[in-house]
Design a protein around this ligand. Structure first.
Ligand code: MTE
Length: 315
């Protein structure tokens, strides 16, 4: 199913709506409304409508999804604090609209795109993916998004583009956790170009059929289902193609504990705890522990990317 604003809206109305959006953006950025009310946040045109998407069965697990309440209240988003409950309590300070993303580095067509221009060409899909955190818990989430590779190709990466680096917004006003040096802000993550182009790698803009809640990384975040959750960078403002492997935040902060690859691997323990099992959030304390699968269960799709590599060394 197509979700393009331009496909579901007559051309004229589309332009009117763009003007309307621009006016809303100006209102949100500038003047307060009478009576102290705040202007409504500006939504990209695709997201004004209820999210429209098709379901991707091929890439969806049939395991039961984790409850919406758990997916949106048990979060890691250190920009809002290090407790699991901090993001849901504090992320209302984040203003995910208006938003823009810079794409640069080793590509022929770099640029800064407003969120709506970034999203417009992409049809949204629902994909139910497992998310396995390095802390040995897991969830099953019905994400809404589109393949990252489709986005990256628009910027025409050159043959020197061996890696892709992702950077989260850096603004301690909106993200109070950035006042505390738990990480070297802004949050930076990276993928090898073939990992980034893999059809499983998703740009998520929603979950459970709705626009992405701030605590889950609004307005757009990565979901890389065969890697530990920390690779799935939230609230992205910059995507950079590079020849060299990016220096990622977790690797910089604790290189013995967090590698660049971070593929889910029950055979390679974290130095301080086992990765053999995981606790499924919301499944109850007795039934909730289960074996962790290599590549988080996505080995048939992605193991070939690492053929010949020693995954204990490149962890
Ligand atoms: N992205 C940013 N910018 N900051 C973070 O602290 N935490 C990571 C990842 N992306 C994080 C981030 C970790 S450790 C995990 S497990 C997932 O986000 C959690 O995603 P969720 O809160 O949507 O479940």
């Amino acid at each position: 199913m197509k979700i393009l604003g331009s496909a579901i809206t007559p051309e004229r109305a589309w332009h009117n709506r763009r003007e309307f959006l621009a006016a809303l953006a100006a209102a949100a950025a500038g003047s307060a409304l009478p009576g102290g009310a705040r202007a409504a946040p500006v939504m990209p045109v695709q997201l004004i409508e209820r999210l429209r998407y098709s379901r991707n069965e091929r890439y969806s697990t049939t395991e039961p999804a984790t409850a919406y309440a758990d997916v949106t209240s048990y979060n890691n988003f250190y920009e809002f604090g290090t407790d699991k409950s901090d993001p849901a309590e504090r992320a209302d300070r984040l203003r995910p609209r208006p938003w823009s993303v810079v794409v640069d580095g080793e590509c022929a067509a770099p640029g800064r795109l407003a969120l709506e221009d970034l999203l417009r060409p992409h049809a949204l899909e629902e994909r139910v993916y497992r998310l396995r955190c390095v802390e040995a818990w897991s969830m099953v989430v019905p994400w809404i998004g589109f393949p990252l590779g489709d986005l990256l190709r628009r910027f025409q990466p050159t043959s020197r583009a061996q890696y892709v680096e992702f950077t989260t917004l850096h603004d301690p006003e909106q993200m109070p956790g950035q006042r505390v040096p738990v990480l070297d802000w802004p949050y930076v993550e990276g993928l090898r170009i073939d990992e980034a182009m893999h059809p499983l790698t998703l740009v998520a803009v929603g979950l459970y059929g709705r626009v992405l809640p701030n605590q889950n990384g609004a307005p757009l975040r990565l979901v890389v289902p065969w890697k530990y959750g920390f690779k799935s960078c939230k609230s992205i403002v910059r995507i950079r193609f590079s020849e060299r492997q990016p220096v990622t935040s977790w690797k910089r902060s604790a290189p013995r504990e967090y590698g660049f690859y971070a593929n889910v691997n029950p055979a390679v323990d974290h130095p301080r705890w086992s990765q053999k099992r995981e606790r499924r959030i919301g499944a109850g304390s007795l039934s909730g522990r289960q074996a962790t699968l290599p590549f988080n269960g996505y080995g048939d799709e992605v193991a070939a990317l690492y053929r010949g590599m020693d995954l204990a060394r490149f962890f």
